[in-house]
Design a protein around this ligand. Structure first.
Ligand code: NAD
Ligand code: UFG
Length: 337
């Protein structure tokens, strides 16, 4: 029985929501994070909310000695692996750092797991591995293609995990391909806390909605979509976190390697998201149409039916709830953690 989970990147946005859901589902949680893109306050808040303790290891996955010490000191049954660098633009500027951190860190983690006989892992992949989609909705068996260094690291890790599963049938590996995670826990206690000016749509809009940033630039209204702005499959982070619990439970059946999309299956345009935010705040979101952002696909959304069939998971929260929850987090924590 899987009981104690090592959550890598557990102080970060998605990892922190997963920690909360894990504790609420009765698992014990150990976190490792180097705090390169997060603060440990997220864990203190989760401990307060749940009345449960989280063992936190401040360490880098690339540090072999630290990983050995961690596995020596803890009895781990499975790993949820969120740790990684994730900014597409930055990955084109410092690609080697992305390869080193994401691929090197994962390789090191897997070696440590193997050495300690821990062979259950859930990995955070991304719909970016499908590249620019030719057919929608995206299914797990569609061709894979990286379009930037970040995506290449996700794809390479997927291949590494596939080869690992083929080499040893004792491994149970769940690859989850997320679409666009947004929103925050409804308590407003944990949420997305990006450093500096956000690159992504939702955290940017929330800052415009509370007046911290002046206006949103909408990157293009001349795409081949119903209103001309890009379409994405936005997914509430709590639904996403719960998907990880379903995947984890599936590992108990010794499935070998399994791959699932986690999305709602529904696409919303940038203008739809703006309107949903306006509904949440009752005020207009100042925005201006500008040119396209290089590298953006016009529309991306999932076929999430395999996750429903095989994991018994389906996203429950809609776009309005995503906006209300993102806004609550921003209003309760104007400066983040
Ligand atoms: P995040 O930056 O909030 O969390 C990642 C965490 O990993 C951070 O706390 C960071 O400090 C830590 N970390 C990075 N490198 C590390 C290392 N070498 N050793 C130890 N800790 C390290 O990001 P997130 O949005 O929570 O994303 C979590 C995972 O999900 C990432 O792997 C990301 O690529 C993937 N993902 C995210 C999205 C998204 O839109 N947020 C979409 C698809 C996939
Ligand atoms: N957008 C704007 N203005 C902004 C920010 C974004 O119009 O200020 C638009 C983008 O052009 C895009 C949509 O909003 O059409 C969503 O953009 P995001 O940056 O929020 O998300 P992406 O779909 O581009 O990419 C995100 C992550 C990637 C990940 C991908 C799939 O940044 O790392 O989701 O999971 F690979």
């Amino acid at each position: 029985m899987i009981k104690t989970i090592l959550v890598t990147g557990g102080t970060g946005y998605i990892g922190s929501h997963a920690c909360l859901e894990l504790l609420e589902a009765g698992f014990d949680v150990v976190v490792v994070d180097n705090l390169s893109n997060s603060k440990s306050d997220s864990l203190s808040r989760i401990e307060e909310m749940t009345g449960r303790e989280i063992q936190f290891h401040l360490a880098d996955l690339r540090d072999e000695k630290a990983m050995k010490d961690l596995f020596d000191g803890e009895q781990i049954d499975a790993v949820m692996h969120f740790a990684g660098l994730k900014a597409v633009g930055e990955s084109t500027e410092i690609p080697v750092t992305y390869y080193q951190n994401n691929i090197g860190g994962t390789a090191n983690l897997l070696q440590a797991m193997a050495a300690y006989g821990v062979k259950n892992i859930v990995f955070s992949s991304s719909c970016t591995v499908y590249g620019a989609p030719e057919t929608l909705p995206l299914r797990e068996d569609f061709p894979l293609h990286a379009v930037n260094p970040y995506g290449q690291t996700k794809l390479t890790i997927e291949y590494m995990l596939r080869d690992l599963a083929a080499s040893d049938p004792d491994w149970n590996i769940s690859i989850l391909r997320y679409f666009n995670p947004v929103g925050a826990h409804r308590s407003g206690e944990i949420g997305e806390d990006p450093l500096g000016i956000p690159n992504n749509l939702m955290p940017y809009i929330t800052k415009v909605a509370v007046g911290e940033l002046e206006e949103l630039a909408v990157y293009g209204d001349d795409y081949d979509t119903p209103d001309g702005s890009c379409v994405r499959d936005y997914l509430h982070v709590v639904d996403l976190a719960r998907g990880h619990i379903n995947a984890l439970k599936k590992l108990d059946d010794n499935p070998g390697l399994i791959i699932h999309n986690l999305g709602t299956g529904r696409g919303y345009s940038v203008l739809d998201v703006i309107h949903a935010f306006e509904k949440a705040t009752g005020k207009p979101v100042p925005h201006r149409i500008v040119g396209r952002r290089p590298g953006d696909a016009s529309a991306v959304y999932a076929d999430p039916s395999l996750a429903e069939q095989e994991l018994g998971w389906k996203a429950k929260r809609g776009i309005d709830e995503m906006c209300v929850d993102a806004l609550r987090w921003q209003q309760q924590n104007p400066k983040g953690y």
